[in-house]
Design a protein around this ligand. Structure first.
Ligand SMILES: Cc1cc2nc3c(=O)[nH]c(=O)nc-3n(C[C@H](O)[C@H](O)[C@H](O)COP(=O)(O)OP(=O)(O)OC[C@H]3O[C@@H](n4cnc5c(N)ncnc54)[C@H](O)[C@@H]3O)c2cc1C
Length: 421
């Protein structure tokens, strides 16, 4: 009888535990060690409490490390994931963007079916067990908690997550466990979170939401008529007191965290993507002719929310709001049109791990064998989920990584136990 111990009862750990136990049955004990008082706490907050657990459009290109994730996603792809969840009782539905949610629209359903299956299989959950050290004791592993409890194992899986939202359990301690095994952890940054921008540029906009085309530029190439965006998204931007948020901004932020320093980039919104700058100038000229002499503040009425009108005119174009439209020049109209097409922001940074959905960075993927996710340096130690340097876009891709990598690890350990039996 072998002992398999999973460190971390999150999405990937639960999946690894269920797969290995369902395959080896009474050839192994499977125990999940969880530092919190309950497993799966983070699953409950995913997708705003609805748990967007996968996506029809999963492909390797949705991740930072496409060539590494490709064969792992292939072993346990979206249809196998849906089949698996269906087999353990979950009904689900897909939205117009290809995102899958439980039919109940409640993340509890996802956690409950996983826990019920784990219980049915006889998997043991050992909670309030905060793993602090892994060491070899003869040929077995000894896994020690902060308060010196020890659990022994023949196979150990580190599924402790990254650093995102520590109150839900993943506080970076998985990285420390692996560092102590002399494995390389890359630099880590918050991912899928909001960006902090120059306060003056966002002045008076807090609370506003608006659809826009959002472009990410390198500052050094941000020159008129020569710009080439390094990333573009279309969708709703949420303006905050000191920054920008919303899914499209979070996607851009992950791109920044993966490759650039915030100081190197600029975010620019196209507030009317379906009109060219010239068409906007034409529109403004016609509008000016129509309204005659009005207070400047009323000039853009009908185009944008008042908060945005004030920001465009005062902050961006330095036009006094208590002035009159008769004083607007062609140059002013050009400036307004240009501010609408290039509503740009200097990025000062981004929110911290408390408000991030994922960790950008983690265990260097070269530390594991790609087919099995076994550590190259420590035989019978496996790694899955966000603790690896894999992060995906927003929309169910990160949980899919947790399911696929958890499956691969569970399957690899089961095969080894069965082959050696
Ligand atoms: C607010 C929010 C919303 C999200 N929404 C979505 C979404 O809708 N769709 C999507 O695909 N992804 C979403 N994500 C991302 C997704 O939740 C994660 O990528 C995924 O949960 C990672 O799974 P994991 O098993 O690797 O780690 P985690 O889920 O973080 O689980 C790790 C577990 O290990 C435990 N642990 C950590 N250290 C130790 C230790 N030393 N000893 C014992 N136990 C330990 C933790 O307590 C935790 O239970 C969201 C994330 C957040 C924060």
């Amino acid at each position: 009888m072998k002992d398999v111990v999973i460190i971390g009862g999150g999405a990937s750990g639960l999946m690894a535990a269920i797969i290995v136990k369902s395959k080896v049955q009474d050839q192994a004990n499977v125990t999940i060690l969880e530092r919190l008082e309950k497993v799966g706490k983070k699953i409950l907050v995913t997708g705003n409490g609805r748990c967007n657990f996968t996506n029809k459009h999963v492909s390797e290109n949705k991740y930072n490390n496409p060539s590494f994730v490709k064969p792992i996603l292939k072993q346990f792809n979206v249809s196998k994931t849906l089949e698996f969840f269906n087999s353990i009782g979950l009904l689900y539905r897909m939205d117009e963007a290809g995102r899958y949610y439980p039919l109940s629209e409640n993340a509890n359903s996802v956690l409950d079916v996983l826990r019920n299956e784990a219980k049915r299989l006889g998997i043991v959950e050992r909670v309030n067990f905060d793993v602090n050290r892994i060491y070899k004791n003869n040929d077995r592993f000894a896994i020690e908690s902060k308060n010196r409890l020890v659990q022994e194992a023949d196979y150990v899986v580190v599924a402790a997550g990254g650093k995102a939202v520590p109150v839900h359990g993943s506080n970076g301690s998985g990285f420390n466990l692996l560092k102590k095994q002399k494995m390389k952890i890359t630099d880590c940054f918050p991912g899928l979170t909001g960006v902090i921008v120059d306060e003056g540029q966002v002045k008076g906009l807090s609370g506003l939401r608006m659809k826009a085309k959002v472009n990410l530029y390198l500052k050094k190439t941000f020159k008129k008529d020569k710009k080439e965006a390094i990333w573009t998204e279309d969708g709703e931007v949420q303006f905050k007191e000191k920054g920008l948020s919303g899914i499209v901004v979070m996607q851009l932020q992950s791109q920044i965290a993966r490759k650039y320093s915030p100081k190197e980039v600029k975010i620019s919104l196209d507030l009317i993507p379906h009109m060219t700058e010239e068409e906007i100038v034409d529109h403004l000229e016609r509008r000016l002719a129509h309204i005659g002499n009005e207070e400047v503040e009323n000039f853009l009425t009908g185009m944008f929310h008042k908060m945005l009108v004030r920001n465009i005119l005062k902050q961006r174009c330095k036009i006094q709001l208590d002035g009159y439209t008769k004083d607007l020049t062609k140059k002013d109209l050009n400036k307004i049109a240009s501010a609408i097409k290039e509503f740009d922001f200097d990025v000062k940074g981004y929110y911290d791990f408390d408000r991030a959905q994922v960790t950008v960075g983690g265990l260097d993927v070269k530390e594991v064998v790609q087919e099995t996710l076994e550590a190259r340096k420590v035989s019978r130690l496996y790694v899955c989920g966000e603790v690896l340097n894999v992060d995906g876009e927003c929309g169910g891709f990160n949980l899919q990584w947790a399911w696929s990598s958890g499956y691969v690890v569970g399957n690899a350990i089961a095969k080894r136990i069965i082959d050696n039996a």
